[in-house]
Design a protein around this ligand. Structure first.
Ligand code: AKG
Length: 322
C-alpha cells in the first residue's frame, strides 16, 4: 500500500520519550566516551563555529559558485524519499543544473515559479550526494573536520539539500553520522537500535545490507497496526535542528528526518563504538583508496585484530555475493 503524505499535525501515533539532549562542542575524549562508545544521540552546538560555510553559504552564493554543475536530484509527489515499494513510485530521479534545483527548492520572493516536473505541490531533494563538493573544491574548503572527532578523522562528506516538506523515511545507517545544519530547519525522530522488533525492517537480518533493507516497512505516521502490531510500543526521541546545530546520530539508531523549511545539511560519516560503523567506513575507504594504502588504515588494522569484526565482514560479503 502506498505511504501517505505526512499529516499537518503535531500528533504522532507513537510514544515520545523526550527530546535529544544538547551540549556545547565537547573535547574529543568526552565525546567518544559519553556518546560514541555509549551509542547515545546528542545535539552539539558550536561545532561549526569555525566553518566558513556557515556564514558564506547563502543560497545566492551557492548558485553563483556551483549553479552550472549538473547532477541527480529526486522529485517526489508526496514528499517521501525514498519509497522503494510503491508502484508507480511517487519519485522521479532527474538530472538538473544546480541553479535550477535551487530555484525549485528555495523559491525566492518575486521569482516566477517554474512549471512542476511531476505535479503541483511536489518536493525536491539533492539526496545525500558529494558531486557538488567534488566539482567545486572551494565548497569543500569551506568545511572543517570537527575537533571532537579527533585529529586523525577523515569523515565522509555528503550534502543533503531539500525543499520544505521532504521526508526521509525511518531507517538506520551502519556508520555514525553528524547531521550539520548549515541552512534551514529539520525535525528528526530517533528510535534506539533495540527497537528493531517494533519497527519491522525490510531486511530479515541485522545488519541490513543496503538502504532498502535498513528501512522500516511501517508508514510510521499512519501505521497499519494489524500488519505491524508491535509498532504500538515504539518510543522515540524528538529533535528540532536549527542553523548551526549538529545532531550526532549513532550507528544503527533509526531516524526519520523531515525538512521544515528549505534546508542544507552536511552529513559526516565516521566509525567508532560499533562493529557496523567500522565496516561502513571501510566500505567507503575501499572506494576512495588504493589497495596498498588500505593496509595502514587504522580501521583495517582493527578489523584484522578483531574476530567479531572479521565475522561480520564475512557475513556482509556473503550476503552481497548472493
Ligand atoms: O536529512 C535527511 O533527510 C536524512 C539524513 C540522514 O538520513 C542521515 O544523516 O543519516
Amino acid at each position: 500500500m502506498a505511504w501517505k503524505a505526512r499529516r499537518e499535525t503535531e500528533q504522532v501515533p507513537f510514544q515520545i520519550q523526550g527530546k535529544v539532549g544538547r551540549i556545547e562542542d565537547p573535547p574529543h575524549s568526552v565525546f567518544f566516551k559519553k556518546y560514541v562508545e555509549a551509542n547515545r544521540p546528542v545535539v552539539l552546538s558550536g561545532v561549526m563555529e569555525d566553518w566558513p560555510a556557515l556564514d558564506r553559504w547563502s543560497w545566492d552564493h551557492l548558485a553563483a559558485v556551483a549553479g552550472d554543475c549538473t547532477g541527480e536530484v529526486i522529485v517526489s509527489r508526496n514528499g517521501l524519499y525514498p519509497d522503494y515499494v510503491t508502484q508507480p513510485s511517487p519519485m522521479a530521479k532527474v538530472e538538473m543544473r544546480f541553479a535550477e534545483f535551487l530555484r525549485r527548492a528555495v523559491p525566492a520572493a518575486g521569482m516566477e515559479p517554474l512549471p512542476p516536473i511531476l505535479e503541483p505541490g511536489e518536493t525536491i531533494y539533492l539526496y545525500g550526494k558529494s558531486y557538488l563538493l567534488d566539482a567545486v573544491p572551494a565548497l569543500r574548503a569551506d568545511l572543517r573536520t570537527p575537533a571532537c572527532l579527533g585529529p586523525a578523522a577523515q569523515p565522509f562528506q555528503r550534502l543533503w539539500i531539500s525543499s520544505a516538506g521532504c521526508v526521509t523515511p525511518l531507517h538506520y545507517d551502519l556508520s555514525n553520522g553528524f547531521l550539520c545544519q548549515v541552512r534551514g530547519a529539520k525535525r528528526v525522530w530517533l528510535f534506539d537500535p533495540g527497537q528493531g522488533g517494533r519497527l519491522y525492517p525490510r531486511g530479515a537480518q541485522f545488519p541490513g545490507l543496503d538502504n532498502f533493507e535498513r528501512q522500516t516497512q511501517v508508514d510510521i505516521h499512519h501505521p497499519d497496526l494489524d500488519a505491524f502490531p508491535e509498532f504500538r510500543h515504539a518510543t522515540a526521541l524528538e529533535c528540532h535542528l536549527r542553523q548551526g546545530d549538529t545532531l550526532f546520530i549513532p550507528s544503527n539508531w533509526w531516524h526519520e528526518v523531515e525538512t521544515l523549511e528549505p534546508s542544507l545539511s552536511v552529513q559526516l560519516a565516521f566509525a567508532g563504538g560499533t562493529v557496523t560503523s567500522e565496516l561502513a567506513v571501510l566500505s567507503d575507504l575501499f572506494k576512495r583508496k588504493k589497495p596498498e594504502e588500505l593496509m595502514t588504515e587504522p580501521s583495517v588494522q582493527r578489523l584484522m585484530q578483531d574476530p567479531v569484526m572479521m565475522q561480520a565482514l564475512l557475513r556482509m560479503l556473503a550476503g552481497a555475493a548472493r
